[in-house]
Design a protein around this ligand. Structure first.
Ligand SMILES: Nc1ncnc2c1ncn2[C@@H]1O[C@H](COP(=O)(O)OP(=O)(O)OP(=O)(O)O)[C@@H](O)[C@H]1O
Length: 243
């Protein structure tokens, strides 16, 4: 579905991403982990067109997407969230999600009524249907993360990229968001997730890719990854069972 071939990205003399090759298959829940500065956000920016690769190919459903601007990548069916959520605080939850429906592909051709109708399912999936008429500015951080998710889901992405959605959440909010993402994935969206909250990413992912200084360190099932000596040495510090 998403295929990267020999992708590299340099910022001046710094090689933030070095020669990455991997493929995400339809319906996968693909986790990406790595220490601060390993290149995770740069990798998402490369896939979503926020920054062009210095070398290599990125294909989505067989079409080259490297070099396309972000809105064209989004129109291909790739949605993403950002580390910092930025809802329109003075607007309701529902109106925030409607902006996603109105400004996505074909959005200009939709009536307000059509855009409104498209919001029901994303709001239900993320568990915000009961708060649809609340102002976004009064939501807890956990609810704001769900709103960001709903605003992307209303664009009907086939591939969803999540950039550290669990950051700053309480343990209860993390468990709740894990269940939400499980529902989103079960509803048919392929997911690539970058995350530092290990138990969340290990619980959700069927495949985990480990980045270290912009290079592939290891890839495998969550069990393989957490027990691999190089991953323990470079990222975990000690085995998960001892943390
Ligand atoms: N626009 C840029 N210009 C110059 N250097 C950059 C730029 N963006 C990222 N970098 C550098 O590239 C490297 C990878 O950064 P990146 O933000 O992708 O890491 P990360 O794994 O997402 O880190 P974190 O977990 O802290 O978010 C870092 O050394 C960073 O300073």
């Amino acid at each position: 579905m998403l295929k990267l071939t020999n992708v590299s990205k340099s910022f001046g003399g710094l090689k933030a991403i070095s020669d990455l090759t991997f493929e995400v298959r339809p319906n996968q829940f693909f986790g990406i982990i790595g220490a601060n500065g390993a290149g995770k956000t740069t990798l998402l920016n490369l896939i979503t067109g926020y920054t062009p690769p210095s070398e290599g190919r990125i294909e989505f459903e067989g079409m080259p997407i490297h070099g396309l601007p972000p809105y064209r990548v989004a129109h291909c069916g790739i949605g993403r969230t950002f580390q910092i959520t930025q809802p329109f605080a003075e607007m309701s939850v529902l109106d925030n999600v409607m902006t996603g429906a109105l400004f996505s592909r074909n959005g200009a051709r939709r009536s307000l009524r059509q855009a409104r109708a498209m919001c029901d399912e994303p709001l239900r999936l993320v568990g915000l249907a009961d708060q649809a008429h609340q102002l976004a500015g009064v939501l807890t951080l956990g609810a704001r993360k769900k709103l960001e998710l709903a605003r992307v889901l209303v664009t009907e992405p086939r591939l969803l990229l999540l950039d550290e959605v669990m950051g700053g959440l309480t343990p209860h909010e993390i468990d709740d968001l894990v269940e939400t993402l499980r529902r989103v994935h079960a509803a048919g969206t392929t997911i690539v997730m970058i995350e530092h909250v290990l138990h969340a990413i290990m619980n959700l992912s069927d495949h985990v890719f480990v980045l270290n200084f912009g290079r592939e360190l290891y890839r495998g099932t969550p069990d393989d990854v957490v027990n691999h000596p190089e991953v323990i040495a470079a990222y975990l510090g000690k085995p998960l069972t001892e943390q």
